[in-house]
Design a protein around this ligand. Structure first.
Ligand code: T4K
Length: 403
């Protein structure tokens, strides 16, 4: 339940008012699209006594995802981080890998763990996707791969990156962690590059509690990952290569299947929340709601805003502090950028990423996705309006609390 109409600073929870929400509003809470079907699948799996190691539910989900996305192969893994690791190893990537700093730190960690060098390139101001020109400037004979992220579920310059990877003769691998159920024109994301890696983490639009899905049209790559996710076993006691344990369990696949067969419901709910924000946030001075590329049918899982402090009247971090007190747990994804996090921050000289720094300082990701009700989004938008209208009082109050 939301208590709105906050006018004086003392109405705000940070200074003693009642929180606008009685329960925490988290960014992208897991949505369980059909609990009954999930529970039925779990019961079947328990009865079968087959719980992991390439069971029937994992095989079914792989086939259904490949059919849905129109890709030749889909290989499921325990999570996207391990999925990317397996792709890089299978493709024998060496040297430097060009990637955005403005993404989840898992990619930079994976590269470093494999002895590769992340080379951080800047992003575009309008949609936060990797900047092609910045990548071209960093490309060299040392470049072993390029890994753009379809950030917030929107693709960047797909054609430009395809061309660049061809020129360099190195693989283009998409981090599609945010991008399930998104199309560019009439093609699903999942069909681009040498491989795409989706995250099926609980906070994602389409999830399997934990999981990764690698899509590719490369037969050898798919076959290699199928081996390496299971210690390299090709038979009961024959090991074909080095490998690890990156298998998805049947219980996770049960959640994935139950969500996939309700994808329209997920889409409908996530889109409603997104469009409610779009309308509700419109006109709040100094707050920009990230708009969507008209040629892209995005899943709209992420509800992303930027705060311009000079116009809004408060710093982004002051807004976050106020929201958290009101039980709205907005996040600063992907502040401060991977290049500022350990151990990647020790690179000398540090990369020059002005747009990454600027966006990281202004970003505010709001609770969104299918698990939310549109009413809640509307109330959060109104709360942000109240905060902006009271910005002068609130700013003075912050200043007084420091003195
Ligand atoms: N590439 C990109 C671009 C990614 O965003 C990610 C993951 C990856 C690669 C790697 O994919 P995986 O290897 O994870 O498959 C979360 C997720 O853990 C992470 O998967 C995700 N990106 C990232 C953007 O968000 P944290 O550290 O922010 O998680 P946490 O625990 O703070 O939870 C996020 C929000 O969700 C909170 O507001 C609380 C809420 N929540 C979370 C869980 C787990 C719930 O309400 N219920 C839950 O069960 O990383």
């Amino acid at each position: 339940m939301s208590q709105l109409q906050k006018e004086r600073f003392s109405d705000f929870a940070l200074w003693g008012g009642e929180p606008a929400f009685s329960h925490p509003q988290h960014v992208n809470r897991p949505f369980i699209a059909n609990r009954e079907r999930f529970e039925a699948r779990i019961r079947d799996a328990l009865d079968r006594g087959w719980l992991t190691n390439g069971g029937p539910l994992v095989c079914e989900l792989e086939q259904r995802l490949a059919d849905y996305l129109g890709t030749k192969h889909c290989v499921l893994t325990a999570n996207a981080t391990l999925g990317l690791e397996l792709v890089l190893q299978a493709l024998k990537v060496e040297g430097e890998v060009i990637m955005p700093s403005f993404t989840f730190v898992s990619t930079a960690h994976t590269l470093t763990k494999l002895g590769l060098t992340p080379v951080f390139a800047d992003i575009r101001r309008n949609d936060h996707n990797l900047d092609l020109a910045a990548c071209e400037a960093l490309a060299s004979e040392r470049t072993g791969a390029i890994i753009p992220t379809h950030i917030w579920g929107q693709p960047g310059d797909l054609e430009g990156f395809a061309k660049l990877s061809e020129q360099l003769g190195c693989p283009l691998i998409y981090d599609a962690a945010h991008a399930f159920d998104t199309q560019r024109g009439d093609r699903w994301l999942g069909q681009f590059g040498r491989a795409e890696v989706f995250s099926l983490h609980a906070t994602k639009y389409f999830h399997a509690v934990e999981g990764g899905a690698i899509t590719t049209s490369d037969d050898d790559l798919a076959a290699q990952i199928q081996l390496t996710r299971n210690f390299g076993f090709e038979d009961y006691d024959r090991v074909a290569s080095l490998g690890t344990n990156a298998k998805m369990s049947e219980l996770h696949a049960a959640m994935g299947l139950s969500n996939l067969e309700n994808i329209e419901l997920i889409r409908d709910r996530a889109h409603k929340v997104h469009s409610t924000y779009s309308a509700g946030l419109n006109g709040i001075a100094g707050l920009r709601f990230l708009s969507l590329d008209v040629d892209c049918h995005s899943n709209r899982q992420y509800c992303v805003t930027e705060i311009d402090p000079d116009v809004f009247g408060l710093q982004r971090d002051q807004v976050i502090t106020l929201l958290h007190a009101e039980n709205v747990f907005a996040r600063r994804y992907f502040y401060p950028g991977s290049h500022n996090l350990k151990p990647h921050c020790y690179t000398s000289p540090p990369p020059n990423l002005p747009v990454t720094e600027e966006v990281g300082a202004s970003i505010l990701v709001l609770p969104g996705g299918a698990a939310m009700e549109a009413d809640q989004a509307s109330n959060i938008a109104s709360l942000l309006g109240e905060i902006q209208r009271s910005a002068d009082q609130l700013r003075q109050r912050f200043a007084a609390s420091l003195s």
